[in-house]
Design a protein. Structure first.
Length: 518
């Protein structure tokens, strides 16, 4: 348990670290350079001058396969000219989810989308009089297979229709965990992409640890064979299969609060602390880097108010860590795009044949996937430790706001206070006078302090008495004072002690100090 969780233990039901968004990419390494591709074409009996014809034919095969997959499942095949839909600017994911909701799809294929996107590929070129293969950026068709997988839930597979036929697989660790909990009969509460409560956190934590150590190459190859008909030709010619890498990994630690209002009370404090008190050096340490003169890195921090809450993001090069609230969950999330910024312990054989363990840069290959989980969890825990030092000011801010607003209580209306005006401050000082601390005060006691000079006549005395009675009623309406039973006597409530003392301090100490420091 982190210090943050220990401090807020009464408001927290538990925490869980898991993978969130994951993007895997598959590369046919033997076809990534012109020589390897030329060798493959030769194995297929394709001359170089027929390169375009062959690749266009392969693209047609992938297109026909994609349409056949959609037709066999009775699902739509949709062409999009770019990465957003034409109707309302929605992303592909948003559009597909709306299709699933409209058609009531909960298992299997949802839809197949065809888009035209820029990618690194091969084309014919010239070197003098010779024709050669050159690598360049070009637009090509990509096919997105969106589905509800029995194990991974909502996911997609993207197949590049032009050589070298790269593939991308997107899964969500929280989607996968929800299916695991369903299969085990473990109860949980879910809101959108957040698990707000889990009945058996130990089981969920064990499953998340197991998820990080799966044989991912085998798992991902199943999807590659299912959606890329060209892969069988490449493997059959002896050019190997996909080499799988982690293109992006998000590791999230969710701290689950009892309810949304409980989290909302401390969120402003956490946001202020994360945005203002955490230095660039802190962020470097969170992400496992050491401060060194050779470290040329810029840390960028931004705080953003979203419709559903707050978010603070710290970016260190291509990797970042952020904190945000989602319903009743406080989430710290580390995103790894460049794993070489982190280290992994490897067994290295030196020139003399001796085996030693050495810290080396992490690789993108899925063989190091377990280390992604360790690195992300470590960064999140360090961040939560830093959040534990946030000064809890939000409760005071809320009380001050409440003091400055009128109230309706038991059918009566009580006007607001303004704690910086002379009149209200005089009232606060009169109520908080030392002689009232033990026995309380009466109407006359406040009148003497609010009106130092005696009344000129009985009419003025009555007006003063009536005004003080209204002020006492106003104080009672705001819960600052309470009447002593069966007596015309009033005492300051514990809540009033804190509020009135803070209001006087704001005028006498805090504002002048902040003004001089500005």
């Amino acid at each position: 348990m982190s210090s943050f969780e220990a401090i807020h233990a009464e408001q927290i039901t538990g925490s869980l670290t898991m993978f969130d968004r994951l993007i895997f990419k598959g590369h046919l390494t033997s076809l990534q350079h012109a020589g390897g591709l030329l060798a493959f074409l030769t194995s297929q009996g394709i001359r170089l001058d027929r390169f375009d014809t062959y690749v266009k034919g392969a693209t047609s095969r992938i297109h026909d396969h994609a349409r056949a997959v959609a037709d066999s499942a009775g699902r739509p095949f949709i062409y999009l000219p770019n990465s957003v839909t034409r109707d309302s600017g929605r992303t592909k994911e948003e559009m597909v989810k709306s299709i699933a909701e409209r058609d009531g799809v909960t298992e299997g294929l949802i839809a197949v989308l065809q888009t035209v996107e820029l990618n690194s590929s091969f084309a014919m070129g010239k070197a003098g009089e010779s024709r050669i293969l050159i690598r360049r950026l070009r637009k090509a068709s990509h096919f997105y297979f969106y589905l509800f997988d029995p194990e991974f839930g909502f996911m997609h597979v993207r197949v590049q229709a032009w050589v070298p036929w790269e593939i991308q697989v997107y899964v969500n660790g929280r989607e996968w965990l929800a299916r695991q909990l369903d299969a085990a009969g473990v109860g949980y509460v879910r809101h959108d992409n957040a698990l707000l409560a889990i009945d058996d956190l130990d089981y969920a934590s064990d499953r998340c640890e197991w998820f990080s150590r799966r044989a991912w190459a085998r798992v991902l190859s199943v999807f590659a064979h299912r959606f890329n008909p060209i892969l069988a030709d490449v493997e059959g010619a002896g050019f190997g299969s996909y080499y799988w890498v982690v293109d992006q990994a998000e590791v999230a630690t969710d701290v689950m609060f009892r309810d949304r209002p409980t989290l909302a009370r401390i969120t402003p404090d956490l946001v202020r602390h994360a945005a203002l008190a955490m230095s660039g050096e802190d962020v470097v340490r969170f992400l496992g880097r050491k401060l060194h003169p050779a470290l040329a890195a810029q840390v960028l921090t931004d705080a953003k108010r979203r419709p559903e809450g707050w978010r603070v993001k710290h970016r260190l090069g291509p990797n970042w860590i952020k904190v945000y609230d989602k319903a009743s969950v406080l989430r710290v999330e580390t995103t790894i795009n460049k794993p070489s910024e982190f280290r992994i312990l490897r067994r290295i054989t030196d020139e003399d044949g001796r085996i030693e363990r050495r810290w080396c840069p992490m690789r993108k290959g899925v063989a190091d996937f377990w280390r992604f989980f360790q690195v992300g969890a470590g960064a999140n825990n360090r961040y939560l430790e830093a959040l534990s030092t946030a000064t809890p000011n939000s409760e005071g801010v809320a009380v001050l706001d409440s003091l400055c607003q009128s109230r309706n209580r038991n059918g009566r209306h009580y006007p607001r206070f303004n704690p910086v005006t002379k009149e209200d401050l005089s009232l606060f000082r009169a109520v908080m006078a030392g002689e009232h601390a033990i026995y309380g005060f009466r109407n006359h006691d406040l009148a003497v302090r609010l009106y130092p000079s005696p009344a000129r006549d009985d009419a003025e005395y009555q007006r003063r008495c009536a005004r003080v009675s209204r002020l006492i009623a106003k104080l009672r309406g705001h819960g600052l004072v309470a009447k002593v039973r069966n007596q015309r006597l009033y005492r300051v409530t514990p809540h009033g002690q804190r509020v009135l003392t803070a209001a006087i301090s704001l005028h006498d100490q805090d504002f002048p100090a902040a003004y001089l420091a500005a």
